[in-house]
Design a protein around this ligand. Sequence first.
Ligand SMILES: Nc1nc2c(c(=O)[nH]1)N[C@H]1C(S)=C(S)[C@@H](COP(=O)(O)OP(=O)(O)OC[C@H]3O[C@@H](n4cnc5c(N)ncnc54)[C@H](O)[C@@H]3O)O[C@H]1N2
Ligand code: MOO
Length: 453
Amino acid sequence: MTAQDADELDVDVEEALAVANDRPARGPGAPRPADGTPADGPPTAHRAKKDAHHRATPWPEARAVAERAARSCGRRSPLSVTVEDALGLVLAAPLTALTDLPSFDTSAMDGWAVAGPGPWAVREDGVLAGHAEPERLTDGEAVRIATGARVPLDTTAVLRSEHGRTDEQGRLHATRDMAHGQDIRSRGQECRSGDQLLPLGTLLTPAALGLAAAAGYDTVTVLPRPRVELLVLGDELLTEGLPREGLIRDALGPMLPSWLRALGAEVTAVRRLGDAADTLYEAVRSSTADLIVTTGGTAAGPVDHVHPTLRRIDAELLVDGVKVRPGHPMLLARSKENQHLVGLPGNPLAAVSGLFTLAEPLLRTLAGRVAPERYGMPLREAVHGHPYDTRLIPVALRGDDAVPLHYNGPAMLRGVATADALAVVPPGGASPGQELELLDLPWATAGIQVCFT
Ligand SMILES: Nc1nc2c(c(=O)[nH]1)N[C@H]1C(S)=C(S)[C@@H](COP(=O)(O)OP(=O)(O)OC[C@H]3O[C@@H](n4cnc5c(N)ncnc54)[C@H](O)[C@@H]3O)O[C@H]1N2
Ligand code: MOO
């Protein structure tokens, strides 16, 4: 099938693809218009859809545009935050050791600090971690010592408790050969004060925060999180209870903030705006966020106000539709200087697709994070493709395979709710064993509130 044929058919296949999961795929290169593909619509609607599709940006390019859009924003001033608050932020200055590590010679084991060859006379006192400098040892002397305690001056080794025995005279003998300096962690073994521990641009993981604290930091210099305002559109949305009388539960309000935070953002507000054009206009016009994310209202229905609002504020549309399923009506605009707007389609899986296509590269770049290493895994089962658009489908990673999950229709979250990643299915589909690029779905840091006691 040529792209032209595909255009002519203009098959909106994703709904049908979602229910075609149980049927065997025909493999790549042999896309099929899904069963139940609607017959040609009225000529004008057909033309409008075709035009929209020609405007649409190819999926890889849309991601590159989003990344470039973030780079076009001015330099963001670094700020100082406490180590406890720095998880997921990026270092705006190298982390340089403020002390030697260890900062004193320390015992690596519980046992005895000994001086010279044994046997040793054991001193009465002992040395615990956190205590002031112990008395110097003389040759032939030993003292009880705990892991992490400062070793007395002139200690030649630490003898582990399990490798020593005391005779009737109370003298300590080693039951194993010991090397000079054994089980002593000498001062500066890990770093010297002034050594660079982490370069500028490092993402602060839990381990990096631990290292910063160990190296003497109370605060670290980081790039600020991009501030995101989430505007949830739709008069049909309920925030509690069961769906009723044409109303449905808002699935995006509870889902997107955690993901936005995991992608590096600070979510400053989640506002449910209904479908009033003026309310949306006012919210966008007055927003001071770095990024506005809207949900719903991206299509051309009577209450789809995102495009008209962008026209009204004279925004620059950078991406107006993407050749990806689900989510092709997604958009990216520069709404004002140093501010962008990502319009996510209302269908929940389409919104997820938009989040990882447009918001992820934009936020990652604003946050100063580096792009994750691209990787792929072989598919366990065939997946149908769209004739000429990329598809993103939820997959679970099992052993060495990516297993496509069912219930992956644009309005469904049942598949992605147990997914580890989105697989990037090229136009035409993919056959079993074919390696597909994967986009990880970040759960790990999603909205976790840390409580230090
Ligand atoms: N004539 C056309 N109609 C539509 C097209 C098209 O190309 N031509 N594209 C369809 C596709 S694909 C999508 S995706 C949607 C995008 O529509 P909108 O972004 O304008 O979204 P809405 O119309 O507001 O909502 C779509 C759908 O999603 C439900 N929704 C919205 N928000 C939420 C939410 N927070 N939680 C749960 N569900 C939500 C909403 O009720 C609708 O069912 O347009 C198609 N139409
Ligand atoms: O088919 Mo729409 O782009 O995804 O739900």
